[in-house]
Ligand binder design. Structure first.
Ligand SMILES: Cc1cc2nc3c(=O)[nH]c(=O)nc-3n(C[C@H](O)[C@H](O)[C@H](O)COP(=O)(O)O)c2cc1C
Length: 225
């Protein structure tokens, strides 16, 4: 099989995994994924990502601390985020994604308590044995650095898939930046953009059985000659 075909398969296989098996990933496999991610491009090769990976008791303690934050409505985000900021086609795609997910896991639109329970699964890493927190230095208006972390994050996610693993990028893990810094002893100068829960996908879980569609090129690409 040619490398092009393999890449084609990996790209199409990757999806956001929202249920994991509890089995830990061997450290050499995690290191191999990290070596791949390290090849990502960045502005002036600055490589501004700082990854903090939690497993075992540290993972459990951090999940507990974030759930306790959520219980009392304590959110400490370094970067703002609200789905109500989306407009037009972006708002529609966001709504379609939410509807497809809740439909897949059997949660009705009006079942607000069930939706809250489902949303809180973010904070227990959807059962994943590992979570990576992507921190960055604050530089200018931060947009370029955040772009670099996006490049890194997608390379990490594709490498997970290539290694038979799965992951999900999570802005929701960034809602607890102060707590993550406190629990892990991270310099307050480093800002938390998002997290990635990862491990072996639970392929039999309903959350992993749906795939969200993507817009046709006509909606996102304009050719100029
Ligand atoms: C930066 C980023 C943050 C995200 N944050 C969350 C999140 O907090 N919770 C969640 O369930 N999904 C989150 N997602 C996953 C998106 O919903 C998902 O990527 C999108 O619906 C497309 O689906 P796919 O990844 O399966 O292609 C995030 C994705 C990205 C790229």
């Amino acid at each position: 099989m040619s490398e092009t075909k393999l890449f084609h398969d990996v790209l199409r296989e990757r999806h956001s995994v929202r249920s994991f098996l509890p089995d830990p990933v061997p450290e050499e496999v995690i290191r191999s994924v990290l070596e791949d991610a390290q090849l990502a491009p960045s502005n002036c090769n600055t490589q501004p990502w700082q990854m903090h990976i939690v497993s075992g008791t540290k993972r459990d303690a951090l999940s507990k601390a974030m759930l306790a934050d959520d219980d009392v409505g304590r959110y400490t985000m370094d970067f703002s985020f609200s789905t109500s900021d989306f407009d037009g086609v972006y708002k529609q795609r966001s709504k379609d994604q939410g509807a497809a997910y809740y439909n897949a896991i059997g949660v009705a639109r009006e079942a607000s308590e069930d939706r809250r329970t489902a949303a809180r699964l973010n904070l227990s890493f959807f059962g994943a044995p590992h979570a990576a927190f992507l921190f960055m230095p604050s530089v200018g208006d931060n947009v370029r650095v955040a772009g670099d972390l996006g490049m890194y994050g997608q390379t990490f996610l594709l490498s997970l898939t290539a290694h038979g693993l799965g992951g999900i990028p999570q802005t929701m893990l960034g809602y607890h930046a102060d707590t993550v810094r406190d629990v892990l002893g991270i310099d307050p100068a480093l800002k938390l953009l998002f997290g990635i829960s990862f491990g072996y996908p639970n392929t039999t879980h309903a959350a992993n059985k749906y795939r969200i569609g993507k817009a046709p090129l006509e909606e996102t690409v304009t050719f100029h000659h």
